[in-house]
Design a protein around this ligand. Structure first.
Ligand code: AMP
Length: 280
């Protein structure tokens, strides 16, 4: 496995590899866990060459303290990437990615007005900036994204279709800890008492699926709010049941073809998100 920090270096390597077969790409912000590795393994299975990026992208952080405390351990990340079969790691610094301030402004329409877009202003613009740069530099045939970031996937698909990037977006299942908590680089920052309570997030989503066959959406929402109100460690930021394509909130389950329940919770300073498909 090669590790490079310069755009010109990866371009040289990839120009040669491109003629030998397909290139799979997995963008990450490092502090890797098995969720990330599942994306790498999927790419290794489907492509002749797999590239991962490790870059904590400053432009997608709307909260400076979240950026400052974001965990970083490139050596450990590289060990994990190599064990999963990754061929090339692109680990640039911010100067390499943003030699000039990036003033581009993306319009993701209604997709960015809800949930993460509403609660993290500017976040998806930063995601658009960094992912479009990566696609320009790596020119992957396929790029792998986790359903853990359900809204981000919809945003990336719109980016690809708006700018005609010749890349196939592959969505990958959410990988969880044994107790159900969705794996996240931020989990290691949780205080112990909050970590102990955090599996309630997924348990609630499982209940939501059960409730969806007998209760109305407003009753389900009330039940979810009720579960968190009594918990001193977790604060519910939003709970939404949305149409899979438009990401807009539904008022009745029957309205949507594909329906997903999405949740964001504050566990002290750490923000956790998760989601579950209710209806295909
Ligand atoms: P991040 O490093 O958090 O930016 O994540 C990089 C990629 O890994 C994104 O496509 C995420 O959706 C994906 N990812 C993060 N956590 C998980 C997980 N628990 N299961 C599956 N994919 C994940």
């Amino acid at each position: 496995m090669q590790i490079e920090s310069k755009i010109s270096a990866i371009q040289n390597i990839l120009d040669k590899k491109r003629s030998e077969g397909s290139i799979g790409f997995v963008p990450t912000m490092g502090a890797l866990h098995n969720g990330h590795l599942s994306l790498i393994k999927e790419s290794v299975k489907e492509n002749s060459y797999t590239v991962a990026s490790v870059f904590v992208n400053p432009t997608q952080f709307n909260d400076k303290s979240d950026l400052d405390r974001y965990p970083r351990d490139l050596d450990k990340d590289c060990e994990m990437l190599e064990s999963a079969g990754c061929d090339l790691v692109f680990a640039p610094d911010a100067q390499e990615m943003y030699p000039e301030p990036d003033n581009r402004s993306f319009d993701f329409g209604l997709l960015e007005t809800v949930m993460e877009g509403k609660h993290r202003p500017g976040h998806f613009n930063g995601v658009g900036q960094v992912v479009s740069k990566f696609f320009d530099y790596v020119k992957p045939d396929k790029a792998y994204f986790g359903l853990k970031d359900f809204q981000q996937l919809a945003i990336i698909k719109k980016l690809v279709s708006d700018f005609n990037y010749p890349v196939e977006i592959v969505s990958c299942a959410i990988i969880r800890e044994n107790d159900g908590l969705a794996m996240s680089s931020r989990n290691m920052l949780l205080e112990q008492n909050k970590r102990n309570e955090a599996p309630i997030i997924y348990k609630t989503l499982i209940d939501v699926v059960k409730w969806s066959s007998v209760h109305s959406l407003s009753e389900i929402t009330q039940k979810v709010v009720g579960k968190f109100i009594s918990n001193p460690e977790l604060e519910l930021e939003y709970f939404e049941i949305v149409d899979d394509v438009s990401l807009q909130s539904l008022s009745e389950l029957s309205e949507g073809v594909g329906v997903t329940a999405c949740i964001a919770v504050h566990a002290g300073k750490i923000r956790l998100i998760d989601n579950i498909q209710i209806k295909l």
